[in-house]
Design a protein around this ligand. Structure first.
Ligand code: SAM
Length: 330
């Protein structure tokens, strides 16, 4: 096997763009989620956390709903060639399972694992190589929130007759829906398939469901992973307290999200190049949020963007759902 991987890097993740995004995060006291996956250390911490807590790794029933969704997606693809695009692929475990199923049907596969983190796409590529040849894997580093020419870029890859299947697993919780959904829809051509997963609020009472899952976030591995961003900038864990709570979507969608804020108990000065940031006692920085949906809310969010839900699979815990969608002509 070659000891070299070709990874394409979109300008949205060039150092100058990333630096601007970092400064904006510090100025606004709202951390762009991409900075939690930036370094090798953060990637490893997140992968460990995901391994320990994600129902898609630990809950047999949740694993099964993904498998059923993969089966249905593969059944829906009638062309001999397929281009699988993993948006925010992370470690690529789910995409690799999907690649294996496509391989079982003798599809000619091209795979684009895409993520904001170079380390993640390399981990995803390594996983994918158990199912496809290296020449068919084209890792792409890009910031989905900033790259507005991605549709052209994805069109360059395979033969025109290939079906396109896009995965968007575990991504919707960490983006403002009104920002990310037009981007996602803009990437899809009419007829493209989308496999989309969301974290759900269990039960019939939405607010109570969100309260029920709150402890899933407030644990040592998640705290350690989220604090890495601040600690690497020179903040000490003892400078304040990381608190988790539930808030309404500020855009007024009616959605709720779990948010983590670091509250400074003493002042701390942080310098990035020539710019200094003074965090005073009593101030807070939002490190993270995660929206919780219901199946009905997912359908209502996707529909106005020309994305029809063809089938859905909900885990028995009602904490996670997978949705097979298709882009309509608009
Ligand atoms: C919750 S993980 C989901 C990973 C994977 N899809 C899964 O289900 O296991 C979120 C992923 O999105 C990536 N990510 C975060 N912000 C991003 C952005 N702005 N553009 C592209 N990827 C991003 C992270 O690096 C991380 O791998």
């Amino acid at each position: 096997m070659s000891t070299v991987a070709n990874v394409r890097i979109h300008a949205s993740q060039f150092p100058a763009a990333a630096r601007e995004d970092l400064l904006r995060s510090l100025r606004t006291r709202q951390v762009n989620h991409k900075f939690h996956y930036d370094s090798l250390k953060q990637t490893q911490k997140w992968l460990a956390l995901h391994q320990a807590y994600s129902p898609s790794r630990a809950d047999e029933d949740c694993i099964a709903i993904y498998e059923r969704s993969f089966e249905a997606a593969v059944d829906g693809i009638k062309t001999p060639a397929v281009h699988l695009v993993g948006l925010g692929c992370g470690g690529g475990q789910k995409d690799t399972r999907l690649l294996r199923r496509l391989g079982e049907r003798d599809k000619k596969i091209t795979y684009t694992p895409s993520d904001v983190s170079v380390a993640m796409v390399l981990v995803a590529r390594a996983a994918a190589l158990s199912a496809i040849e290296a020449r068919d894997c084209h890792p792409l580093v890009c910031d989905l929130a900033a790259a507005d020419d991605l549709a052209n870029f994805l069109g360059e890859y395979p033969e025109p007759a290939a079906a396109r299947l896009v995965t968007f697993f575990g991504m919707i919780p960490n983006f403002e829906p009104q920002m990310i959904l037009p981007r996602l829809a803009g990437l899809l051509r009419a007829g493209d398939f989308l496999l989309f997963s969301a974290n759900l609020a269990p039960g019939i009472d939405y607010a109570a469901g969100v309260r029920q899952i709150l402890p899933l976030y407030d644990n040592r591995l998640t705290r350690d992973w989220l604090m890495t961003f601040l600690v690497d900038l020179g903040v000490e864990v003892s400078d304040g307290e990381l608190r988790f709570g539930i808030e309404d979507d500020p855009a007024g969608s009616g959605l709720k999200r779990v948010a983590a804020h670091f509250h400074f108990a003493r002042s701390r000065r942080v310098e990035v190049d020539t710019e200094a940031f003074e965090f005073r006692a009593g101030e807070s920085v939002r490190l993270f949020f995660s929206y919780r949906h219901t199946p009905e809310k997912v359908r209502a969010l996707l529909e106005p963007h020309g994305l029809s839900v063809l089938q859905q699979w909900i885990a028995k815990s009602e904490e996670e759902g997978v949705f097979l969608c298709q882009a309509r002509r608009r």
